[in-house]
Design a protein around this ligand. Structure first.
Ligand code: 5AD
Ligand code: SF4
Length: 465
């Protein structure tokens, strides 16, 4: 008589690097593993599977992966049955180098071919050899976003939803078009089905993701982001919608007006400017000028009441002069960004800049400009937030603050980080906070009201009243 053998439970340790889409991709794989009965462990040495989700955006991101793979190699010497899986942008970009330099890696999965990871690992445990699967055109049976296990996610009340993968731009510094290929949009119905499933599981805030989100739908025939947001906003139980990342080149005043008409679309846009100098933008092949960037911000402010803008900047790009850097500092002050991420230029192989433009700004200058621009940004954020003292902001409480157990943390409508008094039972509820203290990266305040779980509001008497 044949007996059925129950599948072996496996322990997975994972680490993800890079952008929000990468975080989500790792969650998709973990969701598949959870369905299979595999569980996560916090320590690498407790794992049967080490999963590394990689990023190629800067050399530093890749260096971190090489050193992690070194740790996994040590562990595998002690435990030869350990399986090591590498996925993401670096797996896509340098699969051959991974196989050469890290022969202990068993599974290499690219940016669109990671959803058969569980099957691949089963095959490996059954005795199969190294698998490398990095075509940019995935098997239609294993599309990266299909059939997500929505119950596996790091946050109970907020979730990311991917809507478009890849990027059709060709910014001269950027590796993403090489690692994630051309734009491929999901259909509106497909996305809405996932949002509904997340909301049914308790999610109140959804952030749509795309490397270049404003062209969502173009590969299907027409730009569909406003339409998707309008339809998603009709879902009961969903309170907040956000999306990123916006390329200023692909935004129009009409699109901005549509965003402004949808109350659940939060007044926050992440629109990377990259530089405040027209000459640098031209060398970066960003396809817009500083004036055009200003115009986009003007449309946002005209049509989306209370909107706040955040940005990315690269400092020390090829040929960047002191004056060009100064122009970037001035743009930060002029626009009044709420926050900016600042990166030192890192030359990426195969890009236009790698082939045509020297990486000629010395490292110490890059470092100094990085520090300086962050200083300008912090000052700008403080000034921008100063007027909020004494004002009331609505936050969605995420949970206990990581730095102060007597406080809870949440995000306001414009995505500001806000701390206020409260306990863990407020997680997932809206609260109104009167702001008492302004910092560059967060605000502190006193809770004056909050929702209960049934959605009713209760007022909280002022302290000492
Ligand atoms: N070097 C430094 N920063 C980069 N970015 C993209 N490519 C590079 C690079 N080669 C930055 C951009 C982008 C953010 C995600 O990373 O600012 O918006
Ligand atoms: Fe890194 Fe860019 Fe790939 Fe995201 S898309 S993982 S930021 S290289």
């Amino acid at each position: 008589m044949e007996t059925q053998v129950a599948p072996t439970p496996r322990a997975v340790w994972y680490q993800t690097y890079g952008c929000q889409m990468n975080e989500l991709d790792a969650e998709l794989v973990l969701g598949d593993m959870a369905r299979r009965g595999w569980s996560r462990v916090e320590q690498m040495d407790e794992a049967d599977i080490v999963l590394v989700n990689t990023c190629s955006i800067r050399e530093h991101a890749e260096d971190k992966v090489w050193s992690l793979l070194g740790r996994a190699r040590q562990l595998k010497r002690e435990r030869p049955d350990l399986k090591v899986a590498v996925m993401g942008c670096m797996a896509q970009r340098v699969k051959d180098a991974i196989v050469d330099r890290a022969p202990h890696v068993d599974l290499v999965l690219g940016t669109t071919t990671f959803r058969n990871a569980v099957q691949d690992l089963d095959d490996l445990f059954a005795g199969g050899g190294t698998v490398v699967r990095t075509t940019l055109r995935p098997d239609p049976l294993f599309l990266p976003d299909q059939d997500r296990n929505v119950t596996v996610r790091p946050d109970r009340f907020r979730a990311y939803v991917n809507i478009v993968r890849g990027c059709n731009h060709a910014c001269s510094y950027c590796i993403v078009p090489f690692t994630r290929g051309r734009e491929v949009s999901r259909t509106v119905e497909d996305v809405l089905g996932e949002v509904q499933a997340l909301v049914d599981d308790g999610v109140r805030e959804v952030t749509f993701l795309g490397q270049n989100i404003n062209t969502y739908g173009c590969d299907l025939g027409s730009p569909l982001l406003p339409e998707l947001l309008a339809q998603a906003s009709t879902i009961d139980g969903l309170d907040r919608l956000r999306f990123l990342t916006s390329n200023p080149f692909d935004m129009s005043e009409d699109m901005m007006a549509r965003f402004g008409e949808i109350p659940k679309v939060m007044p926050w846009l992440h629109i990377p400017a990259q530089s405040g100098s027209d000459d640098v933008l031209r060398r970066m092949k960003r396809t817009y000028t500083v004036d055009q960037y200003r115009e986009v911000v003007g449309w946002a402010r005209r049509h989306i009441p209370g909107v706040e803008i955040t940005s990315d900047f690269i400092v020390g790009f090829s040929g960047e002069s002191d004056a060009e850097f100064e122009a970037t500092c001035n743009l930060v002050r002029e626009i009044g960004f709420l926050q900016s991420y600042v990166f030192k230029y890192s030359l990426r192989p195969r890009t236009h800049a790698a082939r045509q433009l020297p990486d000629d700004v010395p490292e110490p200058v890059k470092r100094q400009r990085n520090v300086e621009l962050l200083r300008v940004q912090d000052e700008t954020a403080k000034q921008r937030n100063a007027a909020l003292k004494g004002r009331r902001l609505e936050i969605l409480v995420e949970g206990i603050s990581k730095t102060d157990p007597t406080r809870v943390t949440g995000r306001d409508r414009s995505n500001r980080l806000v701390h206020c008094d409260g306990t863990a039972d407020l997680a997932g509820l809206m609260a109104v906070v009167e702001i008492t203290e302004i910092n560059a990266h967060s605000l502190i305040g006193r809770r004056v009201a909050h929702e209960d779980v049934a959605g009713a509001w209760s007022l909280r008497p002022a302290v000492g009243a």
